[in-house]
Write a protein that binds this ligand. Sequence first.
Ligand code: MRU
Length: 328
Amino acid sequence: MNSPRTIVENNGAVVILDQTRLPQETAFVHLTTLADAAQAIRVMRVRGAPLIGATAAYGVALGLEEGQPLDAIVQTLAATRPTAVNLQWALARMARALQKSAPAGWRDLAWREARAIAREDAEANAAIGQHGLAILRPLAGRKQPIQLMTHCNAGWLATVAHGTALAPIYAAQAAGLAVHVWVSETRPRNQGLLTAWELAQAGVPHTFIVDNAAGLLMMQGKVDAVIVGADRIAANGDTANKVGTYLKALAAKAHGVPFYVAAPLSTIDFACPDGAHIPIEERAAEEVGGGATAVANPAFDITPAQLIAGIITERGLVAAGNLASVKP
Ligand code: MRU
């Protein structure tokens, strides 16, 4: 199955789709320096855990091309956003790969490793789509369209290709299953608009809702399953994702709606014991428009493992409490 790609190379530059301008405008930006890559992540021109990781990997290659020291490159990129563990995961993988060679070979090696990280992300997400499809098929056997709900944007825009939470939905559509998706707005950055844009392009029927409508729709029996992405999954299965995810999981539990997380293994932080140890990004008050009023703007929340029906990975569906079974 084909998917658009969010990050490509072009003559020594890294080309990304500027997500701060979507859905109004499709604008590509050339990243040519470490600072470009770091800024793209920080201001969310690229966003979504897997794409943040891939961009950081390419950022290492750009920094080495500029002759910057590896330690400084890694520090700059690591400081951009705290919650998505794919960022640290990609930087650690790049450093490990480079250590295998003398510094003279680092530039070439960095491009190769970044390319591999990007390719493997696309492959992992395609596999997530197929594993997710196996979960959706029985639902489709009972009733069509299958009514799904998602939060934020965990589509191809948030990854190198295919998406995570949206990958099973695209796979279901390709397999001829009728699906309808409830897309929540995702205040304050409105990533739901990106999801609606993606689904519209793919011809997947969907309906845009305010975040707080999710509970009512589940109470009314209008949701068969919830699928969201993840920014960091702790070793015990507690999952950080865009703020508002936890409330959807609580409502899903209350109404017997299965709540799935779809994420590649690069999003699992086996060194992090539980959700309480996941750093939560606090973003600027201006995003919430508080003016003179005190504002708290946590960008993510934690969904406890016991609220999660399963985690859809490239290795298949894994119980949130049994992540040790997929530990590399
Ligand atoms: O702040 P964002 O837009 O980077 O947050 C994105 C999310 O929360 C996604 O759900 C998550 O990164 C998974 S993306 C496949």
